[in-house]
Design a protein around this ligand. Structure first.
Ligand code: CIR
Length: 269
């Protein structure tokens, strides 16, 4: 989600929860999912919320060999119909990519597909987009070589890129921020310096949320004025309402246990 504007969110790819989901990597928000049925119910509610908002949703079959494979956002970067296939920053997540790459390149046939290689590493979850301005996290998953490959594509498309240092206590840039509209960034206090996003275009702003609502800062704004938000973050909820938007609250507890947020579970294309 994070690399498309609001008006580009017509279609989303998701992937079903594998039976091995309790083995997903969990080091930040969670300590590992414990209830597979609840995780599946939460994932279903998530897909239904997208469908109810008018998004066309595709569900790829699960793969029990790949515990983290529901987090499709990390596996492909779609920008204005162009596709960048990153080398995922965690080795166990590399085999997740082929079916996602195959799906998006088929859907966007005729598009330019760039494939990272060499030393470059990147998870799609390290990118957010504010209108036509992009931010990328330099994180434990995304390195300088990966950032330069993204910059090459963005330069080609006429977009600007700013780099944000992700602190050691966070996974991705999307773990601690999102753009519920094309002019607002939500981010938690205590993770990034106040000037981390730099000077923003006119009419744009960062809304800083309390540190304890870091997870809640990951939201999905949709073209119909709805915003998917995780349950349990009252300041985020107020911020969304004060923007005149309609929050749709989802229980993400089991997905959070795998360090996954709302945006991680879909790839808009
Ligand atoms: C991981 O550690 O890779 C997964 N357990 C969570 C990935 C979350 N994805 C994201 O923030 N974009």
């Amino acid at each position: 989600m994070a690399t498309v504007r609001l008006d580009q969110k017509g279609r989303a790819l998701t992937r079903a929860i594998p039976s091995s989901f309790d083995q997903a990597i969990a080091k930040f928000f969670g300590t590992g999912p414990t209830d597979l049925d609840q995780a599946k119910a939460q994932h279903l509610a998530y897909r239904e919320a997208l469908l109810n908002a008018g998004v066309e949703v595709t569900v790829l079959p699960s793969d029990d060999q790949l515990p983290d494979s529901i987090f499709v956002e990390d596996q492909a970067v779609v920008i204005d119909g162009h596709v960048l296939l990153p080398v995922p920053g965690h080795p166990s997540r590399v085999p997740e990519q082929p079916p996602i790459a195959e799906f998006v390149t088929r859907q966007l046939s005729g598009t330019q597909v760039c494939r990272m290689d060499g030393e470059a590493r990147m998870d799609g979850g390290d990118i957010i987009r504010l209108g036509d301005l992009f931010f990328v996290g330099r994180s434990s998953r995304t390195n300088d070589a990966g950032i330069e490959e993204l910059r090459d594509l963005l330069t080609h498309l006429g977009h600007n890129l700013r780099v944000i240092e992700i602190p050691g206590h966070a996974l991705h840039l999307t773990s601690i921020s999102s753009t519920p509209t094309d002019s607002v960034i939500l981010a938690p206090e205590g993770y990034l310096p106040e000037d981390a996003f730099g000077e923003l275009p006119e009419g744009c702003e960062v809304r800083w949320m309390p540190k304890e609502e870091a997870y809640g800062c990951n939201t999905i704004g949709l073209p119909n004025g709805q915003v998917l938000v995780a349950d349990g973050y009252p300041a985020v909820l107020d911020a969304i309402k004060s923007l005149g938007l309609e929050p749709v609250v989802l229980d993400m507890s089991q997905i959070r246990e795998a360090d996954g947020s709302l945006t991680c579970c879909s790839l808009f294309y």
